[in-house]
Design a protein. Structure first.
Length: 344
């Protein structure tokens, strides 16, 4: 029977980094299949993880919560029959709702022998507050349904800020173990143990909660959906702060709120030029609300670089050559023409 670990987390939280740590340190002797469901047109992590000998099924046909019924279920069954793995790690889209992913796996488990082993959410300690405020509908769902919450970049934040992030997460999940120790001080085995111990609690939550048929969320009280509903042509202001945002667009699908813009290009970039582009993208909201950008591009001296960006920060590192340059930007209310102008 294959164990299933669902490792969710908002865009750029560090899901891939965590998965690599687990593969390297805790899951060496196991036959592991990773299913990625990246939101966006271009999957850039695929090649990167294939180097580690992991089979990657990239489903770039949209976000996981919109392609659950057909696509995801059949992909999962195929993985089980084709590879007969000991463990399947599912890395859902950064903007997918964890409850949707769990329900989809439970649906497949009715036909195939699967053990729902852990539901984990990776959360960036620096950004919890901003994401809860702006994208509560999606972000809070990942926190609420997690059996354990693994905070990333805790070494980069002051203790009071870390305490504030933990307190905010606790408002949405009282029971989950929250890992606050920096990852490099923990072994993969230690992290895996916390993940697996948190599973029973998460299963109880799913059994107890009444899942709302309209929005997929769970509510402690009666919810007047008609009261909150608005037609899609009515301006909703998604992506902005709302005093009452939690109710305001509780029923959206990720692909109504988030969009992705991607390009393949042979263009060679000057390193300073790329720095400048990423600086603008990480600080400036004139391109829309950018949540994540990543890419691999060739530079003028012929070398290749990979870049990675989340709000307020980015990194550029050396990479190996790819078949062509690729750029992917994900966010809310993206201004595609301005993005095109920025990169080209």
């Amino acid at each position: 029977m294959a164990k299933i670990d669902i490792i969710s987390g908002f865009l750029g939280a560090g899901k891939t980094t965590l998965i690599q740590k687990l593969l390297k340190e805790a899951l060496k002797g196991e036959k592991v299949v990773l299913i990625e469901n990246e939101f966006g047109e271009i999957g850039i992590d695929g090649g990167f993880l294939k180097d580690a000998g992991i089979e990657v099924t990239e489903m770039n046909s949209g976000c996981i919560c919109c392609s659950l019924v057909g696509d995801f279920g059949s992909a999962l069954k195929e993985v089980v029959t084709q590879y007969d793995p000991d463990r399947i790690i599912i890395e859902p889209s950064g903007v997918g709702k964890l409850s949707d992913v769990i329900k989809a796996v439970q649906g497949v488990a009715e036909d195939v022998d699967l053990d729902l082993n852990s539901f984990v959410t990776v959360a960036d300690a620096k950004k919890c507050k901003m994401y809860i405020k702006n994208f509560g509908e999606f972000y809070n769902n990942q926190v609420e349904y997690a059996g354990s919450i693994i905070l990333s970049r805790t070494g980069d934040v002051a203790e009071d800020k870390l305490n504030e992030s933990v307190a905010l997460l606790r408002e949405h999940n009282e029971k989950a173990a929250i890992i606050t120790t920096p990852w490099d001080e923990l072994s993969g085995e230690q992290i895996l143990k916390v993940m697996e111990d948190g599973n029973d609690m998460a299963k109880e939550l799913l059994e107890e909660e009444e899942i709302c048929p309209v929005c997929g969320g769970h509510h402690d009280h009666e919810h007047e959906h008609e009261h909150h509903h608005h037609d899609h042509d009515e301006e909703c202001g998604c992506g902005h702060d709302h005093e009452h945002e939690h109710h305001h667009y509780h029923h959206h699908h990720a692909d109504e709120v988030f969009t992705s813009w991607g390009k393949e290009t042979p263009k060679k970039y000057k390193k300073e030029e790329l720095e400048e582009i990423l600086q603008k993208l990480s600080k400036d909201d004139s391109y829309g609300m950018i949540l994540r950008s990543k890419g691999i591009l060739q530079t003028e001296d012929g070398s290749w670089v990979q870049f990675d960006l989340v709000p307020g920060e980015y990194e550029i590192r050396e990479g190996s050559a790819d078949y062509t340059g690729r750029i992917c930007v994900i966010g809310s209310k993206l201004k595609e023409d301005e993005l095109e102008g920025l990169f080209f």
